[in-house]
Design a protein around this ligand. Sequence first.
Ligand code: GDP
Length: 360
Amino acid sequence: LNSDEVPKQSEENLRSPICCIMGHVDTGKTKLLDCIRGTNVQEGEAGGITQQIGATYFPAENIRDRTKELKADAKLKVPGLLVIDTPGHESFTNLRSRGSGLCDIAILVVDIMHGLEPQTIESLNLLKMRNTEFIVALNKVDRLYGWKTCRNAPIVKAMKQQTKDVQNEFNMRLTQIITQFKEQGLNTELYYKNKEMGETYSIVPTSAISGEGIPDMLLLLVQWTQKTMVEKLTYSNEVQCTVLEVKVVEGHGTTIDVVLVNGVLHEGDQIVVCGMQGPIVTTIRALLTPHPMKELRVKGTYVHHKKIKAAMGIKITAQGLEHAIAGTGLYVVKSDDDLEDVKDAAMEDMKSVMNRIDKS
Ligand code: GDP
């Protein structure tokens, strides 16, 4: 073991929580992701990045900066937040394929003007089924009639700037939506009034266009996960990694996009992934990630890493990945491992992927 990899069971040794965004089409899932990236990257470019890796990493410094107006002196104990883009439920099923599950927490986006919609309820059912924690982003508050923009302001501050009429409309819509959640068997409450987090789900009003409530959302995600999921988020030496996509990239050949949920990957690690024609044993040639958020606009270039700690979305280049199967695990062969055992473990994943295909 390297000294920097010895796990300690403590709040000081946490990996980044993994968060995914769900909800009805057009509620603003993509826009919210764009907004929390904190860049004015044009939609096309941002979309490009998202598709390249399916995951965006927000370093703690960035979250600290975005939330400083909230004056929450709570320490950020996690190194950052990994947000996974899950367009459509298919991907979510894939992402969640490995029993333990990939997402630690989800953002369920609801359009304040529309309330709960069919895919909101579908998402809710998925979340309930998998026992995934979530917060509700009550998005598009800027569409309330007469809303006064308070760019990137904490929501309480923004709400104070609004006229009585706007506040009344907000409260009326909020009450209706809380009732709709109740009809689905869930208690929800504005996050700053929520005294029973865990029993009652928190609602954060947001605007993905003008940024009100975004600081609140980020802080809530980080504080909630690092407070209640210490065990799950404790950094481990055991690699837990899922293949999201298998893709040919110009100049890199066939690559796999993975989410490293826990542990650390190194350039040169021997790995095994599940393949259509049997286990693929290969060596990591390069570990690539998109550029840090500030340089996100550079399309199609990657940062090379010698090693990467969880959680992170990573593009891996290696030989022989052509027949790798998305949704299965990636295994690292350690010096004391029996390669045959690792191959068996990798191929076990094939069964669960096939089961899922049979059922759907
Ligand atoms: P998705 O389908 O959930 O990913 O939704 P998009 O992010 O593509 O947003 C759908 C539409 O709603 C786009 O035209 C966005 O510009 C718009 N939109 C998203 N969030 C907001 C918001 O907070 N306020 C307003 N006014 N429009 C928004």
